[in-house]
Ligand binder design. Structure first.
Ligand code: ZN
Length: 84
């Protein structure tokens, strides 16, 4: 009977751990710092962010779990593919 349990959102902003392949620094990003792009296939599904350390834009492939995590955390989602 506790179906709704766990869906309650905390007031704290969700932070996602990320790392920069350029400067190799690790940091946490809020949902607003991330962008998720969902393409037609896994290859074109990725998330991106700008490294707070070196300013380079990073793009990484997003698997199903990551997509779930990011959308659930309120990350802006861009659908690259319109209707199939
Ligand atoms: Zn960097």
């Amino acid at each position: 009977m506790s179906v709704m349990h766990g869906l309650a959102a905390t007031m704290a902003p969700v932070l996602f751990k990320a790392a920069c392949p350029d400067c190799r620094s690790r940091f946490e990003l809020s949902a607003s710092a991330l962008r998720l792009a969902i393409g037609a296939s896994r290859r074109t599904t990725f998330y991106s962010f700008t490294c707070p350390e070196c300013g380079s834009s990073v793009r990484k492939p997003a698997g199903e779990r990551i997509v779930e995590l990011l959308t659930g955390g309120g990350v802006r989602t861009l659908r690259l593919h319109t209707t199939v």
